[in-house]
Design a protein around this ligand. Structure first.
Ligand SMILES: Cc1cc2nc3c(=O)[nH]c(=O)nc-3n(C[C@H](O)[C@H](O)[C@H](O)COP(=O)(O)OP(=O)(O)OC[C@H]3O[C@@H](n4cnc5c(N)ncnc54)[C@H](O)[C@@H]3O)c2cc1C
Length: 381
């Protein structure tokens, strides 16, 4: 699928969406510079930018209540094997995904309806049937669960960024391991300033996650929220007891609707069970707020509440250590990401709603296409 006239393109943000865009554009034959720093080694001492993919577990599934996101999920999941093959990096485990809630007080039944209408394979369980299928659940009385056994489970966002970056590089992209310090646009091109020198390009795609609006120096109507994740280190026996656990979405009122990842091996050689789902939103209003939030290490109060929630849901959970980790998400009013041009040479791709890891390859592809002039109007900023 190579192009006749390669264009000199830059992508700012070596996160999930930016690295995906760089892979797609490089494979099309364009001359791509992918600009963005590695994960900070020490959050507390880091003076630069942060990202939302510094982890080993993000839920993946085909189901979403909105048609747009279902389309994104389906397209991206269909390319997981391709990305792994092009990079040699595995990042996906098909552990399945369970959507679970009280029959009477949540709209969990709608998950089953959507899956049926959309041809998403899913199995229904309730009460004793749920307890039998997922024996580590603490309480199943009055509960209904829909389990997606295929094209669902979790991905490692860290490994996916690595895979996309390697695949982009193999397709010819140049990786610049630096933050962009500024963008200036002229009649002839764009100049991206970095500490390692300027990068000149004909066009630039800005996919800098929660930092996108501050880098551009303007609001696109999105709010950045601080998020806290709690991780629980498990013994070998506990890992064995929970073997076969899927990713879980617990439906309920805000504050009592956590998402839970199954036990996952982390780079420290230990296995951790993770959950999140902040009961309270914390808006990060500025670049300084974002940096302060990450440096703070997250909210211990929020982690305490998450701990109560996991103990309420997993029977006899026994953990050896708890860790608290900060993250951030971006939300807009439309429920859709912002992917489209801001000017002749500057295009944006961001707006994650806390659910864009699984489908980042398709969002990145759409960002790349928008940079080349093919824009989906409903996503245009
Ligand atoms: C706690 C938490 C749990 C989540 N769980 C899920 C889940 O279960 N399933 C799911 O699908 N999604 C989940 N998400 C969402 C997912 O992680 C995000 O949607 C995804 O990371 C967004 O990708 P992105 O490329 O927009 O941003 P990021 O992945 O944050 O990438 C942005 C990149 O831009 C870089 N950058 C910033 N400023 C600059 C600059 N000036 N110059 C150069 N580079 C810059 C950063 O370093 C970063 O690498 C979760 C998010 C959080 C916070």
């Amino acid at each position: 699928m190579s192009v006749d006239k390669p264009i000199k393109l830059a992508v700012i943000g070596r996160g999930l969406i930016g690295s995906a865009a760089a892979r797609h554009l490089s494979k099309m034959g364009h001359d791509v510079a992918l600009i963005g720093p590695d994960e900070p080694a020490d959050f507390a001492r880091h003076g630069g930018v942060f990202g939302s993919h510094y982890d080993e577990g993000r839920i993946t599934r085909r189901y979403d209540p909105q048609a747009f996101w279902r389309q994104m999920n389906r397209a991206a999941i269909a390319r997981y094997d391709e990305i792994a093959a092009e990079s040699g990096v595995e990042f996906y485990r098909e552990a399945g995904a369970l959507h679970i809630g009280h029959r009477e007080t949540t709209d969990v039944a709608s998950v089953g309806e959507v899956c049926r209408d959309e041809g998403i394979t899913c199995e229904a369980y309730q009460d004793a049937g749920l307890a039998e299928r997922f024996p580590y659940l603490k309480s199943t009385t009055g509960m209904l669960g829909y389990f997606e056994p295929r094209d669902a489970g979790y991905i490692s966002p860290r490994r996916l960024v690595r895979a996309q970056t390697i695949a982009a590089e193999r397709a010819g992209a140049r990786i610049i391991n630096e933050p962009a310090l500024g963008i200036s646009e002229s009649a002839s091109g764009v100049t991206i300033r970095t500490a390692a020198g300027n990068v000149e390009a004909a066009r630039v795609l800005v996919a800098a996650g929660g930092h996108t609006q501050s880098l551009l120096g303007r609001s696109l109507g999105f709010t950045v929220y601080g998020r806290t994740v709690a991780l629980f280190r498990l013994s070998a026996a506990e890992v064995q007891r929970l073997a076969g656990m899927p990713s879980m979405r617990c439906l309920g009122p805000k504050g009592d609707n956590p998402y839970i990842l199954p036990p996952i091996p982390y780079p420290d050689g230990q296995t951790w069970l993770k959950l999140g789902g902040d009961p309270v939103d914390r808006a990060l209003e500025s670049e300084a707020d974002i940096k302060d939030w990450f440096r703070s290490g997250g909210s211990v109060d929020m982690a305490d509440r998450l701990q109560t929630q996991i103990l309420d849901r997993i029977r006899d959970l026994n953990f050896e250590e708890r860790r608290v980790v900060p993250c951030m998400t971006t939300f807009g009013a439309s429920g859709l990401p912002s992917i489209g041009p801001l000017s002749e040479r500057v295009t944006v791709a961001f707006g994650c709603y806390g659910k864009s890891a699984k489908c980042s390859d398709e969002l990145g592809r759409l960002g790349g296409m928008a940079l080349l002039g093919e824009v989906r109007t409903e996503l245009a900023p």
